[in-house]
Design a protein around this ligand. Structure first.
Ligand SMILES: Nc1ncnc2c1ncn2[C@@H]1O[C@H](COP(=O)(O)OP(=O)(O)O)[C@@H](O)[C@H]1O
Ligand SMILES: [Mg+2]
Length: 336
């Protein structure tokens, strides 16, 4: 049996909608409609022990809803889900003792307390035996370099420090399964790298299974061998980064450093009839998006060099976020 098994998982939120413009005593009395939001519309996946899975999708796609159901915080309206054989929302207590959860936009630490006191409170909340707590606490403090911060009230931590403390807090009871919802959101570059290091270490060295939602494709490229893409409440793709790239085919970018500045119009003119997709120019650098199935890279390069004075050029795969944006566009998602 897989560690996580999700079958036909559905979640419908019922939201009371008030008509705009009504105020005061009429509010809530007149024209109060219930709108249904189908946050999850039949989600299926398995996660094996020791996997590190990236879960991505545009805003509102259903990522956090999935994580909350997996964590036992929300009850689905349809389908089934087991984690280590337990149903998260039915076996809440036993389930909570086995998992760690971190929501990047929220802290589970006490704002006014020093970090170490939050940890001690969590020990009591989760009833972690003292020796287990001490061992995990010391390991986490070392791994996350929290030593100098332990006596600092949470409110005085930087966001990066606070995320490290939150991650440590989620692991004090030694869970073998970790859910991370946007753990790098708002972090600066250094803090993101540190966060990725911790997650990688936990996964590789401690065998902790990780399900990670993120907007940051660099997180995905740095960490995840497997990606699940969700759009409008359904899994669109489940596979490796290469599968994702293959799925959207032959997109390439030709980057050209020109001798002189050239306008977009002049470039488009020079490439007329070739079948390129998009041309952008910044200073002397042009970026030409094209489909290698429509025009071979060599043919495009020949055309460009025959029309323009070129210093240098190279062909790239588009950044993974472009690939994902194309995928969303294909499925009618507005936002990338
Ligand atoms: N508590 C809630 N009440 C009503 N609608 C909700 C609630 N939570 C989420 N939604 C809606 O469900 C959809 C999925 O939300 P969410 O899972 O937060 O998406 P994501 O994390 O991928 O951005 C969105 O349309 C969102 O507005
Ligand atoms: Mg979310």
């Amino acid at each position: 049996m897989s560690q996580i098994e999700v079958r036909s998982l559905a979640k419908v939120f019922r939201v009371a909608e008030r008509r705009a413009g009504l105020a005061g005593a009429f509010r809530g009395l007149v024209d109060r409609r219930i709108r249904e939001v189908h946050a999850l519309a039949g989600v299926d996946f398995d996660v094996e022990r020791g996997e590190l899975v990236g879960y991505i999708g545009p805003n509102g796609a259903g990522k956090s809803t999935t994580i909350k159901i997996l964590a036992g915080i929300l009850t689905p309206t349809g389908g089934t889900c087991t984690v280590d054989g337990l149903t998260p929302w039915r076996d809440r207590r036993r389930h909570a003792a086995r998992i760690g959860v971190v929501f990047g936009q929220r802290t589970q630490l006490w704002w006014d307390l020093p970090v170490i006191e939050s940890f001690e409170l969590l020990q009591r909340v989760y009833r972690v035996p003292a020796p287990v707590f001490q061992r995990n606490r010391d390991r986490m403090v070392e791994l996350m370099r929290l030593g100098p911060l332990l006596d600092t009230p949470v409110r005085q931590l930087s966001l990066g420090q606070r995320m490290r403390a939150d991650l440590a807090a989620a692991l004090l009871h030694g869970p073998k399964l970790l859910f991370l919802d946007e753990p790098t959101i708002g972090l600066d570059a250094a803090a993101k790298l540190a966060m990725r290091d911790f997650v990688r270490t936990l996964n590789r060295e401690e065998g902790v299974t990780v399900v990670l939602t993120t907007h940051d494709m660099d997180d995905i490229e740095a960490l995840c061998e497997r990606i699940m893409v969700i759009g409008q409440g359904q899994i669109l793709i489940d596979g490796g980064i290469d599968d994702l790239r293959r799925r959207v085919g032959n997109s390439r970018v030709l980057i050209v450093d020109l001798e002189d500045t050239v306008s977009v119009a002049a470039l488009e003119d020079g490439l007329r009839g070739v079948g390129t997709r998009d041309v952008r120019v910044t200073g002397r650098r042009a970026r030409i998006d094209f489909d290698a199935g429509v025009i071979a890279p060599a043919a495009l390069i020949a055309r460009v060099t025959s029309r323009f004075e070129v210093q240098d050029l190279f062909v790239e795969h588009p950044p993974i976020e472009h690939t994902v944006a194309e995928l969303y566009a294909e499925h009618g998602e507005g936002e990338a």
